[in-house]
Design a protein around this ligand. Sequence first.
Ligand SMILES: [Zn+2]
Length: 505
Amino acid sequence: MTGAVLVKNVWLAAGDAAPLRKVNCLVGKDGIIAALEKDFSACAAEVQLDGRGLILAPGFIDAHGHSDISALAAPECFSKVSQGVTTEICGNCGLSAFPVTDENLSHLQELYGNYGVDIRWRSCREYLDFCRELCCKSSLIPLCGHNTLRAAVRNYGEGRADDAEIKEMCRLLKQDLDSGAAGLSFGLLYTPGIFAEPDEIFALMQTVARHNKICAAHLRSEGDRLLESASEMIELSLESGLKHFHFSHLKTAGKDNFAKLDKLFELFEDARQKGLKITCDRYPYIESMTQLSVALPGKWKTLDDVALKKLLAFAEEKIQLAADLKNAKDDEYWQRCRIVNCTHPRFISYRGRKICEIPGDPAENAVEMLSFDPVNCQVAFETMSEKNMKKIIAQPFCVAGSDGNALPADGRFGHTHPRAFGAVARFLRLALDMGISIEESVSKVSGRSAEIFELGDRGIIAPGKRGDLVLFDPDSIDSKADFSVPETPAAGIACVIKNGEIIYN
Ligand SMILES: [Zn+2]
């Protein structure tokens, strides 16, 4: 703690959508907001900032991140902090750093190998203790990920979980919900969550419901079976007694599905009538990013990246995969497929470009990349509608989520989607440009997210709340990152304060 901080002469967007007002804001030596508006002319605060012309907002909350391990490897969390994010909901899309058992430890260690973090915890409690020791600049509030949870009980293989296995998943989940997990996330597109039957999802939702917490999900399908996938989760939520369901990175993927948005909102409204609270997050881009391996056909789809790498060590399997890919994917697919990250020395200079730009056969090149390091092989596709993105962002139940990692400024952990360094800043820019008021826009990156994940101590600027603050310029705030240089920090962020300490300016 550096001492008391006084921010003078700012326009306050408090995070609760209340009208802007001119204030002075004092954060005490304890890192807690002490007072607002008082005449501080005689105040002897050690740090005094003149915020004239700027907006004072609560430290931004990224409602959807994946920094579970990366923040431990890069505790400065530059990609987050440089766009004003001081808190992130992690453990999304079914993938969390806990619970760890002998069943999933070696796999998780391999999955996160790039970061060089030794997984020495088992439960949520131990994980959070580990995070605290490292003093990550952006706080992590984890969800328990269903894929990690399922693998902790029955590894990453296919098949239905039996009653005893479901019971054990519920026991581990309860333990983690009791010790700091904000809820449960599903990633039903990925292994091993993809194998979960409704009875498994139902039992886990019931456990979450008993704790009065939230379930979030990356749906089984965000495109051709979007409505069926959304209905599946809504129906199970209602049956299980869950109170609040959150749709992760809500989208209508694939142009044949763009027209489904209104119907989707109708499903939401209908569920609300039945008593289910529904919210969502969204990143402000129309290109998604995912593992290249996710799009593999046939038997390959059932393998996670660690298993895939083992299989592709055999030459005949590589030949088979290349043949299967040539059958399944046409030229148009490879023209749309952008390599975001890969570690294969032959292809590293193509990061940020389309696979079809590499000389040679695109399917064979893809197999080469995958056999070298599938875990760090990510691709992006332009699959979304700009119009729908704006329509989703405009909904009062939608908050900003980056779907990105906390990363250092030097790119040492590889390339990424520009959203990691820019999603929250760009969300604000877009919301303001769409005519959403500044008070409301700020609440979508702070107070409303705090409300969704029940973070009572932050997200709002008021005495007694954490001294997490952002001073920003509403005219210039925006992302400056793109696919060629994703590590570019956002514009318009004047100062970021975390627990009363300046961490970025
Ligand atoms: Zn996801």
